[in-house]
Design a protein around this ligand. Structure first.
Ligand code: ADP
Ligand code: MG
Length: 404
C-alpha cells in the first residue's frame, strides 16, 4: 500500500487446472503465463482447481515438478474459497475456516482464468466470477458458452454470413430412436467421408471420421459417450489447417500472424496435440509447442489477410474479449476458407503467435489484464437495476396485477 492506502500492484489471481480433460494443458499454460507477467505492476496469486473441483493456493503450485505427485502437491497447498465481502471486495479465505487464527489470506483485484474445457472455458467459471463481482480476463459468459458449443457457434456464424462447413446435428437420444432417418439426413446433406464430433469438448476427444454408414454408426456411438449433442460435418479431405489469434474486444481487435498446423493427414489425437505424439515429443511438459507448425503459415499474403479479417469478425460477432484463437480449414481443391472453431482460452494464450507479431509475452499478459479492467469500468456505467421499489408504489398487491 502507498500513503493513500491504494495498493501499488494489482493483485491477479491466475486460475488454472480444472475438472476437464485438458487439466494438464491448463497447468502448463498457466505456469508459463505467470512467468511472463510484469511483477512491477502485478502481484500474482496462483489459484489451482484440482481435478475433483477443490480450490487451492500456495507457492508450491508454481513449481511444475510438484505436479508429478498430485496428492503431495495438494497436501502442501492451502485449500481456499473465494468470497465476496462488502460491496466491492473479493477475498481468498482458508477452507475450511480454521478454528483459531486468521481465515483471510488475501484480497484479489482481477482473476485471470487459464482453464480449458468444461466448467471453465464454457462460461460456467465466468458466471461464478460475475456473481463474485470480480473483474476477469477473457471472454464473458455468453461469448464463452457460445464458443464452446459447436452447434450454437455454427448457428451464429452462419447467421452472420461467416463461412462454415455444411453440417447436421442432433441429440444422441434422437439417434437411438430414429437412426435411419438421421442417417438419411446426413447422407442427403453431406457426402462421405464425414467428421463426427461431440458438440462441446476440445482436444479432439471423441472425434472421428466416417467413410460409410457402418463407420458413421461407430463414430456417433463414440461421440455420444462424451456429449448428448452430436455434430457431423463434411470432411475436407485435402486441407490446410490455419490458426490465427485475435486480441482485443468488441471495439478494437487485432489479428496475429497465422500458423499452419501440420497434422498426420489424420485427425490429430489428444497425444499428438499435447504430448508431441507421446514418446517422440518428450512428454506433456513441452505442451503445445511440440505440435508441428509453421509460423507464419506458408500461404499467400492474400489468403493470410482474408483469414485475419475473418478471425477478427469471428471474435467480435461473439462478443469475445481478451485473446482467442480461431482455427480455419482451407479446402485446397477449391481454395475456400472455413472457420472450424474458436478457442476462447487458447492453450499458451497463443503467445507464440503474438511474439512473431511483435508483441512480447509480458506485453500480451499486460494487455489482457488491462482489457479485463476496461470491461469492468464500462460495465459500471451500465444500469443493472432501477433505483425504485415497485412494491412501495402499492401496485403489486398480488392477484391479477402481479402478472403484468
Ligand atoms: N470438417 C473437417 N474436415 C477435416 N478435418 C477436420 C474437420 N473438422 C475437424 N477436423 C480435424 O480434427 C481436428 C479437431 O477438430 P476440432 O473441431 O478442432 O475439435 P476440437 O474442439 O476437439 O479441437 C481439427 O484440428 C482437424 O484436424
Ligand atoms: Mg480444434
Amino acid at each position: 500500500m502507498n500513503k493513500e492506502g491504494v495498493r501499488m500492484r494489482t493483485r491477479v489471481a491466475v486460475i488454472f487446472g480444472g475438472m476437464s480433460v485438458e487439466h494438464e494443458v491448463s497447468v502448463i499454460s498457466a505456469l508459463q503465463a505467470i512467468q511472463n507477467m510484469d511483477e512491477s505492476r502485478y502481484e500474482i496469486i496462483p489459484v489451482y482447481i484440482s481435478k475433483e473441483g477443490a480450490w487451492y493456493t500456495g507457492d508450491t503450485l508454481l513449481d511444475i515438478e510438484e505436479y508429478k505427485n498430485l496428492k503431495g502437491l495438494l497436501a502442501k497447498s492451502q485449500r481456499i474459497q473465494l468470497l465476496r465481502e462488502g460491496d466491492n471486495r473479493v477475498i481468498i479465505n482458508k477452507e475450511p475456516k480454521p478454528k483459531f487464527g486468521k481465515a483471510y489470506i488475501n484480497e484479489i483485484d482481477v482473476a485471470f482464468p487459464i482453464v480449458h474445457g468444461t466448467f471453465a472455458e464454457d462460461g460456467v467459471l465466468q458466471g461464478y466470477l460475475e456473481l463474485l463481482g470480480l473483474p476477469y480476463v477473457g471472454c464473458d459468459v455468453v461469448s464463452s458458452s457460445t464458443g464452446m458449443d459447436k452447434v450454437i457457434m455454427k448457428n451464429v456464424y452462419r447467421d452472420s454470413g461467416l463461412p462454415i462447413l455444411d453440417y447436421v446435428w442432433f441429440y444422441s437420444t434422437k439417434w437411438n430412436e430414429d437412426q435411419d432417418e438421421l442417417v438419411k439426413k446426413v447422407e442427403g446433406k453431406l457426402q462421405y467421408p464425414v467428421i463426427v464430433k461431440p458438440a462441446n469438448l476440445g482436444s479432439s476427444v471423441g472425434i472421428s471420421k466416417a467413410a460409410n454408414v457402418d463407420e458413421l454408426e461407430e463414430a456417433v456411438e463414440l461421440a455420444s459417450q462424451f456429449a448428448n449433442k452430436i455434430v457431423i460435418e463434411k470432411m475436407v479431405q485435402n486441407m490446410t489447417e490455419i490458426n490465427c489469434s485475435v486480441l482485443g474486444d468488441y471495439e478494437a481487435a487485432e489479428a496475429s500472424v497465422c500458423e499452419q498446423v501440420l497434422g498426420n493427414d489424420e485427425i490429430l489425437s489428444y497425444e499428438d496435440k499435447y504430448a508431441g505424439g507421446g514418446s517422440k515429443g518428450g512428454g506433456a511438459s513441452k505442451g503445445m509447442e511440440s505440435t508441428n507448425r509453421i509460423i507464419p503459415a506458408d500461404i499467400s499474403e492474400e489468403k493470410t489477410k482474408e483469414i485475419q479479417e475473418l478471425a477478427v469478425a469471428a471474435f467480435q460477432v461473439l462478443g469475445c474479449s481478451g485473446v482467442s484463437r480461431i482455427d480455419f480449414l482451407i479446402d485446397n481443391d477449391t481454395n475456400n476458407v472455413f472457420i472450424n472453431e474458436i478457442n476462447t482460452i487458447p492453450g499458451s494464450l497463443s503467445f507464440y503467435l503474438w511474439e512473431p507479431t511483435g508483441k512480447p509475452y509480458k506485453e500480451l499478459t499486460n494487455d489482457l489484464i488491462q482489457l479485463a479492467l476496461k470491461r469492468t469500468r464500462e460495465r459500471e456505467q451500465l444500469m443493472f437495476s432501477i433505483d425504485s421499489n415497485l412494491f412501495s408504489l402499492g401496485k403489486l398487491s398480488g392477484g391479477k396485477g402481479s402478472k403484468n
